[in-house]
Design a protein around this ligand. Structure first.
Ligand code: GLA
Length: 409
């Protein structure tokens, strides 16, 4: 799967009878550690990767978005930029485009810009779709940037490097906006796709959103391998995902109640979920909550609290170049997702075991789980064995990459 820029430009011109004015590149991400805790407001450690969604565009001044993709089986679409923008059928790929348009066109980011919105676009990708690498959020971010370009905002080349506060606000708005497709997601993916940093993973903190680069030691290698089951955010996994966010919220409410803060029962749904940061300060909260939570709720709660601790230990290990330690934390994260959070599959578990048996220092499912991919970390001198061991999952190496960029044609 190779990206061919010349082909994208040519196909755009064939389709719209005029050349594109800009090409937007938005990378996917691999989450290294911190799974299913971003919606609890807890820090995570993803890395933008050297695989991306590319969107060629030209403003059309028609107050319409016309969009197509080079991928087979995805029907082109056209819709008005007048809000509210109505959602298509569940599972329709254009819902991600609509989600971004609705967010940007009804949000505060473009208020002072008057150019009529609307653009023609063609998308290509060397980022595999529905593999747990955030292809959908990359599409959301690319569409949002296309509207920003169309509104005439300049200085967009390295948009987030030049304008970090704009990108933080954009990532925050898009995280909320992506819920338009029905998934009660957190804010990790949009932040990573926008604000990734070359040679680095990033620690993403929430409330307020902040991104801190964490340099990846140059001799660490990351391998992705696919389980064969799709991880579509809008597919069957969506219900399980949304159920987990609800379970997480209820467990937090009960824990606050034990601590004598029952008013947290009254918290609005998001606020209740985001109160985990406060809970982490009580070192005995796990023991205490064991007595009152039923076994399933307790296991969900234990995953969230232990995963948050693993993230901070993993960041320390990465900064200190301690690969073995980092790897152990990744594997522990997987076991917790497998046993406590129950978002793994037999295939993902088997792949993690294969990666470890082939010499990886650690491995885990990445993204929401219930299909998708694993990420394995290995010392550079072991990479061939790991690639060979995982050959049935068409493995490939990913490198840290910078976030979204916009280039003028
Ligand atoms: C999906 C969501 C993210 C995050 C992960 C699980 O990718 O979009 O916000 O919750 O699942 O860590």
């Amino acid at each position: 799967m190779m990206f061919d820029r010349t082909m994208l430009l040519q196909r755009f011109e064939d389709m719209y009878a005029a050349p594109p004015t800009h090409v937007i590149r938005v990378p996917g991400r691999v989450n290294l550690i911190g799974e299913h805790i971003d919606y609890c407001g807890l820090s995570v450690l993803p890395m933008a990767i050297d695989r991306a969604v590319w969107l060629a565009l030209r403003p059309n001044h028609l107050e319409k978005i016309r969009i197509a993709t080079t991928a087979v089986g995805f029907t082109p679409a056209e819709f008005s930029t007048l809000t509210p923008i109505v959602t298509g059928q569940p599972g329709d790929w254009v819902n991600y485009v609509r989600a971004a348009a609705e967010t940007i066109l009804t949000g505060n980011l473009l208020v002072h810009r008057t150019s009529p919105p609307g653009f023609d676009a063609l998308i290509d990708a060397d980022l595999p779709l529905a593999m747990g690498l955030s292809s959908s959020s990359a599409l959301v971010v690319a569409t949002a940037l296309a509207l920003v370009v169309t509104a005439g905002m300049d200085d967009l080349e390295h948009v987030c490097e030049n304008n970090p506060s704009f990108c933080l606000e954009l990532a925050d708005e898009l995280a909320r906006g992506e819920r338009y497709v029905g998934t009660a997601g957190g804010g990790m993916d949009q932040a990573a796709c926008l604000m990734g940093c070359s040679e680095c993973a990033i620690r993403v903190d929430f409330d307020p959103l902040a991104v801190t680069p964490v340099p990846v030691p140059p001799d660490w290698s990351f391998v992705i391998a696919h389980s064969g089951d799709k991880a579509e955010k809008s597919g069957a996994a969506q219900q399980v995902y949304n159920r987990r966010t609800e379970e997480a919220r209820r467990a937090a409410q009960k824990a606050w109640n034990i601590l004598g803060e029952p008013e947290c029962f009254q918290m609005a749904s998001d606020e209740g979920l985001r109160s985990y940061e406060g809970l982490l300060e009580y070192t005995d909260i796990l023991e205490k909550s064991k007595k009152i939570l039923d076994s399933t709720s307790y296991r969900r709660f234990r995953h969230i609290l232990t995963e948050a601790r693993r993230v901070s230990h993993a960041e320390e290990a990465m900064r200190a170049g301690k690969l073995a330690q980092f790897g152990k934390l990744l594997t522990a994260s997987h076991r917790s997702l497998q046993d406590d959070y129950e978002v793994s599959t037999h295939q993902l578990d088997a792949m993690v075991d294969t990666a470890l048996a082939s010499g990886a220092s650690g491995a885990r499912l990445t993204g929401a789980g219930l299909g998708g991919s694993i990420v394995a970390i290995c010392p550079a001198n072991n990479i061939e064995n790991v690639l060979a061991g995982l050959s049935y999952g068409t493995p490939f190496i990913v490198r840290p990459s910078e976030g979204a960029t916009v280039s003028l044609i």
